[in-house]
Design a protein around this ligand. Structure first.
Ligand code: HPA
Ligand code: ZN
Length: 319
């Protein structure tokens, strides 16, 4: 622990732009909701559950992540989940959050849009004076585009509460091109667009996200460094890249934090921010990601401040 560094990071006003609300479900809340909703968990207690968070790749995480969402059933559950995240974000200096949610994970279990949207919204209103928060609806790329199109349709009555759409879940084998239509429709509706690309997938998926989906930000994007032409383009266009250092280490996108490409990305003049992805599963919230990256990559206070400032500029709304 480095309290001085933590205090400095917390003092920087910042935006969190890559955060899955389902990925903020802490084991303690998971067990409380499981008991309340009489949902059986495959682990006897919090310690056993945390011990299972040993991931080998993205899919090994997603398998546990999707199962854990089964405890979320009522409007109160979604409100509690959102409130718990917002409190932590506020404490770590987040003034603006653009928060991913995965509607298909919930609608597939028979939970209607009204339940999670009203729950999220209730929590968001409660903290409105302390943090500006908006929602980004992500499509699950392991499901067909038809399911994404149906989801966009079902979101119709709630579009005033959704700032944009994104694309997440199992990346390799599910290139952006498969979702060209639903992104075009979303854009025509006035929604902003982002997509996960270049986390486990190759640089071609980043090209696809930019040129086929027309996204305004790339989530992760760390594999761009394998393609010099792509790096030049991202640098010229200053495309925002929402990097999640602790996630990349825990999902073995990189071996160690010291080998994380964030330093090279900064040196290449790329527009990167630091975010937490799924903090309840990866061991840290946004401030922890700033600290761990700073310690391993020797980022200076000036560099950290520039990253925080950049995150605010990357966001879809100025606060
Ligand atoms: N990648 C893809 N899908 C996800 C992630 C991620 O890092 N986190 C939650 N869903
Ligand atoms: Zn993510």
């Amino acid at each position: 622990m480095d309290h001085r560094l933590d205090a400095f990071v917390a003092s920087l006003p910042k935006a969190e732009l890559h955060l899955h609300i389902e990925g903020t479900l802490e084991p303690e809340l998971m067990f409380r909701l499981a008991a309340r909703n009489q949902v059986a968990l495959p682990y006897p207690d919090v310690a056993a559950l945390r011990a299972a968070y040993q991931f080998t790749d993205l899919q090994s995480f997603l398998d546990i992540y999707y199962h854990s969402a089964a405890v979320l059933r009522t409007e109160d559950d979604f409100a509690e989940l959102m409130a718990a995240y917002l409190e932590k974000a506020i404490a770590q200096g987040v003034v603006r959050a653009e928060i991913f949610f995965d509607p298909q994970t919930h609608t597939a279990r028979g939970i209607p849009f009204a339940v999670f949207m009203e729950g999220f919204d209730r929590a968001r209103s409660r903290y409105a004076g302390q943090i500006s928060a908006d929602l980004i609806m992500c499509f699950l790329r392991h499901l067909p585009e038809a399911s994404a199109l149906a989801t966009l349709e079902a979101a119709g009555p709630y579009l005033d509460k959704i700032v944009g759409v994104g694309l997440d879940s199992s990346e390799v084998g599910h290139p952006p091109q498969e979702f060209a239509r639903v992104f075009a429709e979303a854009r025509a509706t006035g929604l902003r667009t982002v997509a996960h690309a270049g986390e486990e997938g190759p640089p071609e998926y980043i090209w696809g996200a930019l040129d086929v989906l027309g996204v305004e930000r790339v989530d992760h994007g760390v594999r761009c460094l394998e393609d010099g032409k792509l790096v030049a383009r991202l640098a010229t266009e200053q495309t925002p890249l929402t990097v999640c250092p602790m996630s990349n280490v825990r999902l073995k996108v990189v071996e160690t934090m010291a080998q994380h490409p964030l330093r090279q990305m900064l040196e290449a003049g790329l527009n990167v921010s630091i975010n937490s992805d799924d903090p309840a599963f990866f061991g840290g919230y946004i401030g922890d990601n700033y600290r761990e990256a700073a310690l391993a990559l020797q980022l200076t206070e000036e560099e950290l401040a520039a990253i925080a400032q950049r995150s605010l500029a990357q966001s879809f709304e100025t606060v």
